[in-house]
Structures are given as C-alpha cells and as structure tokens.
Design a protein around this ligand. Structure first.
Ligand code: GLN
Length: 455
C-alpha cells in the first residue's frame, strides 16, 4: 500500500509507470496469509517489484513502449516474471521505456517520456528509464530491466541507482520482447548492491525455452555481496582502468568522481592498473549495425496479423497495404530509422561491407576483453560519459544519443557482466554519477563482491 500511495503521489510528475497492477494488494494479502500460516517463503517474499514493459505479463498489458502493441496482454508470463511470482515477489506494474528498448533517454516511448526524479527536466536514461526512475523515486524497492547496449546500467548511472547486466545467457530471455537477440539480457535494478544480488538470485538459471540459456550452476550472488560488505574483499584485487573509456568527451564532474572512486579502491587495498582496449573506438559503430540488423529481423513479426494494432487503409487494400499502413502508424521514428538501417546493412551487396565488418569488430572487442582479463580481475570505467542531460536536448540528433552509449556497449558485444553503482554527485550540476565494474563472462559474483565492498 505504501508503494501504491507513493506512486499515486509522485508518478504524475515522474511517469515511471505505464500500468499499475490492480491485483498487487490481493497478492500481498495472500503472501501475508501464507506467512501467518507458517509456510516457508523465500527471502524476497512480499517485496513489491516494478517490471519493465519489455517483459510479458499475463495479467498486465505489455507494449514495449510501442503504439503497435497498445493494450496487448500476452498469453503467458516471461520466465523471469514467472520466477518473481514463484518467489512471492509482488509485481507492482509495468515501467516506461524507449520504444522496443531503442534509446538512451526514454523519450522514444510512444507514451511520453519519464522524468528523472533528481531533476524533472532531465532524462532518466534509457531505454529502461521507467524502472530506474521508479526505484530512484521510492515508488518501488526493486525493478527488472533489460540491457542490450546499456539500458539497465546507463539509467542506473543517471538516477543514482544500482543496475546489473548479467552474463549473456545467464538470465532467461523467454518472454522478453526481443530487440537484438545476441545482445539482450534481463537484469536487476535496485538501490543497493545487496538488493540487486538478492533479485539476481531469484531470476538466474537455465531455461529450456531460451536457446541461448547457459546451463551453469551459479553461485549465490547474495553471499557474494555479503562477502563484499564484510570488509577486506578488495585487498590485492587487480583492477583495470580502461584507457579508452575515460578520456575526451567525458564530463568534468564524472571524471572527478571516477578519480575519487579509484582512490577509494586503492585505499581499500586494490591494485589499479591501466589497460588499453583499442577496438572500443569502433564498438559503437559495430553495435549500431548489429543491433539494427537483428532488430529489423525481430520486428518483422509486427505484421498487423499476429499482434496488436491493425490499420486498414481507407477503401481497403491488399494484405501488404494493411501491413504497411499498420507499421507506418504503429512504429515511432527511432524504430523506423533502425529498421531502415538494419535492412540496408543486411541487404545483398552490402552485407559483407557492413554487417560482416561489424561482426569482425565484435570479435576484436571480445579479444581486447580477453587480453585485459588475463591481467586483471575486473575492469572499471564511468558508467556513462555524462550525467542526466536535459529532456529534448538530443532527441533530434541520433548520433549524439548513440555516442552516450560508449561506456556500456562493449560489455554487450562481448556478453560479459557489468554493474553500475552510485558514486556521488557531479560538482557542476549536482546530478548522480555511476561507476561501472565489468567482469569476465560467468564471473558476475565479482561485481557483487567488489561493488558491495565499495558501496
Ligand atoms: N541506448 C542503447 C540503444 O539505443 C540501449 C539499448 C538497450 O540496452 N536496450 O540501443
């Protein structure tokens, strides 16, 4: 009830939610009854959670921020949502996002932008600005996000929250409306590292319904975070500062807080070394070919027949006319831009030059990470090059918007895990700054231990 009250009080301004559940209280009452009856409940039983609208929920609309799915209620729950319910968490509602998770500001939502709770004229990051803002504004203690190129970590950075992009394949993608299938990963959003670990323990694990799901037995991330909180965990840890992710174009206040964080890490006994990842210079270019290519293919299913909206042109028309009219009306400008880019990059005659080259860069990024992790335990960088920028300031400049993703995209291209943790406020604007840790694939536990140790 407290969270519903908070939503009623502030969400008119923040607009983190696209839909608020009408069954949350009943679910909570049921958990209470079972607790009173002495049932064994999990550690997060009864905790409310906000769910990014990219995830299918059987009892709430799931639009992925798009007009083309307006009002669509899926016939099944995403695996991660089913896991929340099985662990007795209480879904509070669905959070706002850039349409089909394309964007870094949540301004590309078909349902209007989310505002940053720290300063309502600023972006909350994207694409998962709704989840981050809901947690930052105390509308929900936890949220789920999805991170294809930074959509959990960058909103986390600019709203002063914690966000984790797990190892690719470690959390099920089943029922997560696909953006770019080789990059998409669902993960936790919270206010502390331990909270993210607790949620990660609920959602992790193999899913036979996701063909890229790993079969690993994962360690307890909660224990990993507690080990960090216990103290001494940073002693002797080798930490690499990625030269290419800390240079020109980074805001002064971000650099200052980052330098301080390095000092804290070093004071706690960590050894800080500089590492170079030359291919990162090309990571954004590669990502913005691979992502549109996969997205143009994934979005082909929105054909006016199987899902959501259908627009019949005046006077009727062929099936193709109906598809064209529906996609024209149902998709927003950023989605159309990426469908065109992706279709072009995949077309005969251009495939090798664009998509093929991008895939080669992806391999180089993976090699740079492998070389770095041969020498260090974790890598660090600022989570985003700037603090939250003003709403509207980059909406007409796609390239400027894309460049904001410089710090987050390499981890997605390599499939490795990353976390953002708050590291104070920038001097010049008083807005949150985030610190990113990246670990080798499957070593998500390190993020929790070192993240919690620094927190
Ligand atoms: N800013 C990235 C993009 O626009 C983030 C995508 C994501 O992680 N969903 O592609």
């Amino acid at each position: 009830q407290a969270h519903l009250d908070r939503i009623a009080a502030v969400d008119g301004d923040v607009h983190a939610f696209l839909h608020v559940s009408d069954s949350a209280l009943a679910t909570a009452a049921d958990v209470d009854r079972r607790r009173a009856a002495g049932d064994a409940l999990g550690p997060l039983a009864g905790v409310p959670i906000a769910v990014k609208d990219v995830l299918c929920t059987i009892d709430m609309p799931s639009t992925s921020g798009s007009r083309i799915l307006e009002g669509w209620v899926p016939p099944y729950d995403a695996t991660v949502v089913a896991k929340l319910r099985a662990a007795d968490l209480i879904p509070l509602g669905k959070t706002n996002m850039d349409e089909f998770a394309m964007g870094s500001s949540t301004e590309f939502s078909a349902y209007g932008p989310t505002h940053n709770p720290w300063s309502l004229d600023r972006i909350p990051g994207g694409s998962g600005g709704g989840s981050a803002a809901a947690v930052a504004a105390f509308e929900a203690p936890l949220a789920l996000g999805s991170d294809t190129g930074g959509s959990i970590r960058q909103p986390g950075a600019v709203t002063g929250t914690v966000g984790v992009k797990p190892t690719y394949g470690s959390v099920s993608r089943y029922g997560a409306i696909a953006l770019a299938s080789s990059l998409d990963q669902v993960g936790p959003v919270s206010r502390t590292v331990l909270d993210s670990a607790l949620l990660h323990d609920v959602i992790k694990g193999h899913d036979p319904r996701d063909s890229t799901s790993l079969r690993d037995a994962w360690p307890s991330f909660t224990e990993a975070a507690r080990a960090g909180l216990a103290g001494g965990a940073l002693q002797g840890v080798r930490i690499g500062v990625v030269k290419e992710l800390n240079g020109d174009g980074f805001q002064g206040g971000v650099k200052t807080r980052f330098a301080e964080a390095l000092e804290l890490l070093s004071n706690a006994g960590a050894e800080i070394v500089e590492v170079s990842a030359p291919s990162f210079e090309y990571a954004i270019s590669a990502y913005y070919l691979i992502l549109p290519a996969e997205a143009s293919s994934n979005l082909a299913k929105f054909d006016s027949v199987r899902f959501g909206m259908r627009v019949v042109p005046e006077g009727g028309g062929t099936v193709e006319d109906v598809m064209a009219a529906t996609r024209e009306a149902g998709f927003g400008p950023e989605v159309k831009r990426r469908i065109i880019l992706g279709t072009y990059a995949l077309s005969a005659g251009y495939y090798e030059a664009y998509y093929g080259s991008a895939q080669k860069v992806r391999t180089l990024v993976q090699r740079d990470f492998a070389a770095a992790f041969a020498d260090v335990d974790v890598l660090v960088s600022p989570s985003a090059p700037t603090t939250a920028f003003p709403l509207g300031s980059k909406i007409d400049d796609p390239l400027a918007m894309y460049l904001n993703d410089i710090t987050t995209i390499p981890a997605n291209l390599a499939g490795i895990p990353g976390i953002t943790i708050p590291m104070g406020l920038a001097d010049e604007d008083g807005l949150p700054v985030g610190l990113q840790f990246m670990a080798p694939a499957r070593e998500d536990a390190r993020l929790y231990t070192y993240g919690a140790a620094l927190e």
